[in-house]
Write a protein that binds this ligand. Structure first.
Ligand code: 4NP
Length: 151
């Protein structure tokens, strides 16, 4: 899960997916990162933390890190929140195989839409709830896809 700062959207997406995976027997590695280095080592934004806790998702232990080329080796899928993230991540892709791992998260729940998870950083609490709901829906599709791949 990748956004710009790795303190608002992507840590919450990571937490949502982790908590869904915990309720299955799927053995999947999940992580998040930011394309920028502004918030490396920092805790999630308190508004993201609150938004998660409201839904039983605890992201308090997560810390910001920056996306790097080695993430293409570590992960099969790289979900980005907006088109700016998409451009930044693609610019690090070494080949077509790397590039093919990258997609907008909301293309899972709204295929082909290229919809964005809006950056809630400069907005209010409602923005975080809105973002939570969008990412939650997309993460449900990830779980379904993983279960289908298994079967
Ligand atoms: P995020 O939100 O990309 O969802 O973590 C942001 C966090 C910090 C900044 C921008 C967006 N910033 O400019 O510091």
């Amino acid at each position: 899960m990748v956004c710009l700062g790795n303190i608002c959207r992507s840590p919450l997406a990571e937490g949502i997916l982790r908590s869904k995976l915990d309720k299955t027997h799927l053995n999947t590695i999940v992580d998040s990162a930011g394309t920028a280095n502004y918030h490396v080592g920092q805790s999630p934004d308190p508004r993201s933390t609150e938004s998660g806790l409201k839904h039983g998702v605890d992201i308090r232990s997560l810390r910001g890190r920056q996306f790097g080329v080695s993430d293409f080796d570590q992960f099969d899928k790289i979900y980005v929140m907006d088109r700016s993230n998409y451009g930044n991540v693609l610019s690090l892709a070494r080949d077509e195989s790397d590039a093919n791992k990258v997609d907008l998260l909301l293309n899972l729940s709204n295929p082909g839409s290229n919809d964005e998870v809006p950056d809630p950083y400069y907005g209010g609490e409602q923005g975080f709830e809105n973002v939570y709901q969008m990412m939650n829906e997309a993460c449900d599709v990830i779980i379904q896809n993983l279960q289908n791949d298994e079967g």
